[in-house]
Write a protein of this length. Structure first.
Length: 188
């Protein structure tokens, strides 16, 4: 059993006959009235995100989990295939379970959270950022770095990312996986 003081990003809890992963939380202590914790929960079974408020001190039914490193192999429609980097066992996961499936490229190593009671995969944690190559965008304009203007670009995985005007096709960029935003250009 956990309490609201144990809440952190990534904690998996049982709530409303489902398993949820906490993706965002905020401890609130108003000037008048009791403290509470405002959370954003993502269902690991269907991917729905719900907002919920827990009163301070409430007991939560946490789920015991293990983390394992898996390598992303390939996708077939909405089914994604992964291989354990230690024992080479393969698993398949549905698109709803993944946080940023459009930013994963083949060979990427991710952390899979597995329920230790029944060995079922619950969710996939991507690295904080990934390096992807621009496959198509409008031509860049040299010296256009002073403004914060952006243009759409498609990366090698098929995702669309807003990038600064000086980025060209073939450039490699670092993309934050949490929000899917451009971080910086990578020079090799």
């Amino acid at each position: 059993m956990a309490t609201t003081s144990d809440i952190r990003n990534g904690l998996c809890i049982k709530y409303n006959n489902d398993i949820y992963k906490i993706i965002e939380f905020l401890h609130v202590k108003p000037g008048k009235g009791p403290a509470f914790v405002r959370t954003k929960l993502k269902s690991v079974t269907n991917g729905k995100v719900v907002d919920n408020t827990f009163p301070a001190g409430r007991k939560l039914d946490d789920v015991r989990v293990e983390t394992h490193k898996f390598q992303y192999l390939y996708a077939e429609g909405d089914t994604f295939h992964f291989m354990n980097t230690v024992d080479y066992n393969q698993i398949t996961l549905q698109k709803e379970v993944l946080d940023a499936p459009d930013l994963m490229k083949e060979g990427e190593v991710v952390t899979v959270i597995i329920n230790s009671e029944d060995n079922m995969p619950l969710s996939v944690e991507m690295p904080a950022s990934v390096i992807l190559e621009i496959s198509s965008t409008e031509p860049g304009v040299k010296g256009n770095t002073a403004t914060n203007a952006t243009k759409p670009a498609v990366v090698e995985t098929g995702a669309s990312v807003n990038v600064p005007l000086f980025i060209n096709e073939g450039d490699k960029i670092k993309v934050g996986t949490e929000k899917g935003n451009y971080l910086e250009r990578v020079k090799e």
